[in-house]
Design a protein around this ligand. Structure first.
Ligand code: NAD
Length: 300
C-alpha cells in the first residue's frame, strides 16, 4: 500500500514516522521543509509539492490546522483531488467541521475517491507511541480496507458510523479538555489565594474527586510555566469555535462552552495564535496577579 502524508506538525510528524517505520511506502509533504527533514530519516520519501506527494498513491492522510486549510488543499488544478488516482482513499485526521466534511466528501466522490473522517485524540505522546484514539466516520468497507494502517498509529481505533461521525465525536470529547483546563486553573487559584502552595493543591486535586487527565497531564505544565508546547493556543480556540458551530447545527444549548470559548478567544487575542494552549490559564493568572507556579520552579 502506497501512502502519502500531508501536514507533519506536532501530531502529523510522529504519525508519519510510525507509518514509515512500519514499512509502508510513504511519501510526505509539508509547507515547512524542516518538518519534512524530521521524517525522512525514518524511511519516508520527501515530495517537492503536495501534488507530487499524492500522485499514484493508494491512501492520502492529512493532519492540518483548520477547515480553511483543508478546503484550500482539496480542490482546483493544484488541489490533491485532481492529482489523486480514482479508487484511492483520502483519510483526514484533522479536527474539522461537518460543512467542510460534506464539501470535500462530495468533491472526492465526484473524482471516484473514497473519504474517511478520522480525527484523533491522545496528544503528542499518543502520536509518538502509536496509541491514539481514532474516531472514524464513513463507509464500513472503506474503513475495513484501511484498518491495518489505522492500527499503526492508533491504540483505540473505532468506526463510529456514517460520514461526519468521527468529527462529531472528536469535538464532543475534546471540549472537555478546555473546560477542564479552565476549571483546574480556577480551583488551583482558589486554593493558592487561600494559602495552599500550588504544588500541594495540584497533588490534592490529583488524589480527590476533582482528578482528571487534564490535571495529571497539564497540571505540571502550569506549575513549571511551560504551558505545554505540544498544542497551539489558536488550535485550541479553533476546537472551541467548532464546538459552538456544532452545537448550533445540532440545536444544543451549551452555556459553559460559550464562556470557555470566550476565554480562549481573549487569550489568542492577548498572547497570539502560536503560543502554547495553556496560555488560556495565564489570563486567570494575570487577572489575579498570581502565577500558579511550583515552589521548585520559583526557587530555580
Ligand atoms: P501543527 O500546527 O503542529 O501542524 C500542522 C502542520 O501542517 C504544520 O507542520 C504546517 O506547516 C502544515 N501545513 C499547514 N498548511 C499546510 C498546507 N497548505 N500544505 C501542507 N502543509 C501545511 O498542528 P498539530 O498540533 O499537529 O495539529 C494538526 C491537527 O490535529 C489539527 O487539526 C489539530 O486540531 C489536531 N489535533 C492536535 C492535537 C495536539 O495535541 N497537537 C491533538 C489532537 C488533534
Amino acid at each position: 500500500m502506497r501512502v502519502a502524508f500531508i501536514g507533519l506538525g506536532n501530531m502529523g510528524g510522529p504519525m508519519a514516522r510510525n507509518i514509515a517505520q512500519a514499512g509502508y511506502d510513504l511519501t510526505v509533504y509539508d509547507l515547512d521543509p524542516v518538518k519534512i527533514a524530521d521524517v525522512t530519516p525514518f524511511g519516508a520519501k520527501a515530495a517537492q509539492s503536495m501534488t507530487e506527494a499524492v500522485a499514484g498513491v493508494d491512501v492520502v492522510m492529512t493532519s492540518l490546522p483548520s477547515p480553511k486549510v483543508i478546503r484550500s488543499i482539496a480542490s482546483g488544478p493544484d488541489g490533491i483531488l485532481a492529482a489523486m488516482s480514482p479508487g484511492s482513499t483520502w483519510i483526514d485526521l484533522s479536527t474539522n467541521n461537518l460543512d467542510c466534511e460534506r464539501e470535500i466528501r462530495e468533491l472526492a466522490h465526484a473524482a471516484h475517491i473514497d473519504f474517511l473522517d478520522a480525527p484523533i485524540s491522545g496528544g503528542t505522546e499518543g502520536a509518538a507511541q502509536g496509541s491514539l484514539t481514532i474516531m472514524i466516520g464513513g463507509k464500513a468497507e472503506v474503513f475495513a480496507r484501511h484498518k491495518a494502517l489505522f492500527d499503526v498509529i492508533g491504540g483505540n481505533v473505532q468506526h463510529l458510523g456514517p460520514h461526519g461521525a468521527g468529527y462529531v465525536a472528536k469535538i464532543a470529547q475534546v471540549v472537555l479538555c478546555y473546560l477542564h483546563s479552565v476549571a483546574l486553573s480556577e480551583a488551583m487559584m482558589l486554593g493558592v489565594k487561600g494559602g495552599v502552595p500550588a504544588d500541594t493543591m495540584l497533588a490534592i486535586i490529583q488524589n480527590s474527586t476533582g482528578r482528571s487527565y487534564v490535571a495529571d497531564r497539564y497540571g505540571p505544565a502550569i506549575l513549571n510555566g511551560s504551558y505545554d508546547p505540544g498544542f497551539a493556543l489558536g488550535l485550541a480556540h479553533k476546537d472551541m469555535a467548532l464546538t459552538l458551530e456544532l452545537a448550533k447545527s445540532v440545536g444544543a444549548t451549551l452555556p459553559m462552552c460559550e464562556q470557555v470559548e470566550s476565554i480562549y478567544d481573549q487569550a489568542v487575542k492577548k498572547y497570539g495564535f502560536d503560543e502554547n494552549h495553556l496560555m488560556a490559564v495565564k489570563l486567570l493568572e494575570d487577572a489575579n496577579d498570581m502565577p500558579l507556579r511550583s515552589a521548585a520552579f520559583v526557587q530555580s
